[in-house]
Design a binder for this molecule. Sequence first.
Ligand SMILES: C[S@@+](CC[C@H](N)C(=O)[O-])C[C@H]1O[C@@H](n2cnc3c(N)ncnc32)[C@H](O)[C@@H]1O
Length: 352
Amino acid sequence: MTGLIDHIRNIIREKGPISVAYYMELALQHPVYGYYKRHDPLGVGGDFITAPEISQMFGEMIGLWCAEVWRAMGSPEKFILLELGSGRGTLLQDALRATSKINNFHKSLRLFMLESNETLCAMQKEKLREFNPVYLDDIGDLPEEPTIVIANEFFDAMPIYQMVQPSANDLDAWSERKIGMDGDNLVFVNIPSIPCAENEKVIIREFSPVSSVLVHFLAEHVAKNGGAGLIIDYGYVSPSGFSTLQAVSGHRRAEVLENPGEVDLTAHVDFAAIGKEALSAGAQVLGPTGQGEFLRAMGIEIRAEMLQRQALPLEAEEITSALSRLTDETQMGELFKAICFADPSLRGIPGF
Ligand SMILES: C[S@@+](CC[C@H](N)C(=O)[O-])C[C@H]1O[C@@H](n2cnc3c(N)ncnc32)[C@H](O)[C@@H]1O
């Protein structure tokens, strides 16, 4: 499929090198060719598997987190449960099943979604039919009501800019890492360029203004209207100095600059930046903490034991393996992190 790469080449020929953020935006969200506009990328037959697709336990723990937060909010009779980027709707389906017996919780919630993929929207509507989800075209349309927000593996898809510092000592000498062309090939270029010798030891810093604006908006929203948000994703607190931009296709690493629109493009989430942004919007911030620690604090080990008691031997092994995958430090337990922003008066938020 050459449509998007030709389109990108034309833009670069006409206007010069483009930012990494614009490249990501085109590759993921182009109305015709964008990766997240066209198909369902999840699952064994797709490009990657997310935590809710590994085990029902993940969504169940998030469901319990939402219910506990709702109780801490004083069990309001009306509140919004908003998910950003719901994928196949599996997380919410498991979360809502796990909370079905909590008095008045379902009766009080209105489900809102922010989702750009129409194929996934159709799957979500089917799975969550009884909750009649409302789809927001713009986050600014979110009603001014108490809100619980969840976002799992959403912020890694937000575009980032990359800046390059030739030397840690020279704080003024920033270049931007952009995407230009060498013949017909897309290549990274530094603008202004950096002498070859210095290119060996450059430090790359990443910024996601879109993430900052979104977190600021949501943190301000819960600080004003009541509620809390939970963001889970892979990322860092201290930046490594390397590029975290990565492409995945068919469960394998792929080339970032080949086949835009055909491969998933993500960048690690800067949890320190998210925390700072939420604080500056007037919210309290808990975490980040490792996904493993968060899920254990929510009781995932007890849930695994309960499920295993009713399981056949093969199923019991699968539960053990899913539990390790979600919580072990060597798997998703540490690289994946959870952070919460909340109304500063809210007490008793679980998991942190
Ligand atoms: C990696 S998937 C995660 C799906 C789900 N949260 C899960 O854990 O399985 C990213 C989700 O975010 C959605 N998404 C990505 N960029 C988006 C954007 N700019 N606006 C709305 N939804 C977006 C995708 O369509 C997809 O549903």
